[in-house]
Design a protein around this ligand. Sequence first.
Ligand code: AMP
Length: 429
Amino acid sequence: MAAPTFRAPKGTRDILPPESARRRALVDRFAAAAALSGFGELVSPIFEDLGVFQRIGEATDVVTKEMFDFFDKGDPPQHLALRPELTASVCRAFAEHRPVAPWKVWYEGPQFRYEQPQAGRYRQFTQVGVEVLGTDDPQADVDVIALAARFFESIGLGRVHLSINSLGDATCRPAYLDALTAHFHEHHDRLSAQSQVTLERNPLRVLDSKRPQDQEIIDAAPVMVDFLGADTGAHFDAVRAGLDSLGIGYDISPRLVRGLDYYTRTTFEFAADALESAQNAVGGGGRYDGLVEDLGGPPTPGIGFALGVDRILLACDAEEAFAPPRTAVSVFVVDVTGGGRALDVCERLRGVGIGADRSYGGRSMKAQMKVADRSGARFAVIIGEDEVAAGEVTLRDLRGDGGQRRVAADALVDEVRPPTPLSTIDEDT
Ligand code: AMP
């Protein structure tokens, strides 16, 4: 019987080299940027008690339709779920460990949502993000938004734009929700069937509808920024003033309500104009002043964002930005004397931090040179019987003019070591 063929599950994918190296470099770049802004990494479990994620909001698709949940083998079994996002886990960790506030953490890792897969929308995808817990200073909002904006800039994405909004808070939002609900009820019969259902569950989410039939009614709807109270209004003004002072461009988007229910005050989103508009959100976040408390912690304000790594890389493709890093292998050893010498030379080079690789199986010089050319290495080190007899190796430049010369075997490390300071080795190896 033929063995069954397996494929990666629907909505998931394998990321192979060299794309995986590019993805890793992007995450590393984010980690470095977050560290420069004083964030430490939080590594938390990929699954949590389902209840942690239910705090995100009972009316959101992420919770009601998209959760990968399961029971463990305990007695009684525990109802767990793969994380669909990380803010709830960060707040759970804060409530559990009670670190000194403000607590500034960054994270990276896979998230899981049972969505209908399409370009840029997967069931497993990677996010990087930050959260600041324990301050409601609007300058924290500015700092966090600036970190994301600088990150996009640093990877060469030029066509990303920032939209911001304020969702008010528990004091001023009810009046807005009343006005919004009244408006939608007034035009109820003209709303799409889906939006009529959404309206009953959460009127704010109707603003999210992309269905053409709803647009005129949405455009005429009241906007939250007109209902902000003194506090939330001052907070929003301060965020805008901070962004202005840093020269970070944005537009105010009164319809930006975002998918998750827990946001209060500042919300924001980054969209990549180079991507199709249905999947052009490359990141977003906002302030959530009640989530830690909902998870059993003390009242703690928070602000953060999550960026979608998969989509950022699609945007980079579209803008021809952020090329894969060069291979770490700078020397390819071609040994036509049997292979044992390649073993020694590779080990010697790797031992002093110089990337080295080789072929296996005692192949011909021509075959080995072909692999060397493909490897992306800067040098080929060729070892034949002649070289061995002379205590030398042949060093061939694979990137420049292809010239070659003999060097003493003992001097090889110095010959291939990049002549540049450590900080620029990446470009040179
Ligand atoms: P959210 O947690 O929904 O605010 O999403 C934050 C970012 O994660 C979005 O802006 C996207 O870039 C990315 N993202 C969300 N859902 C998916 C998905 N299903 N597939 C790929 N990326 C996603």
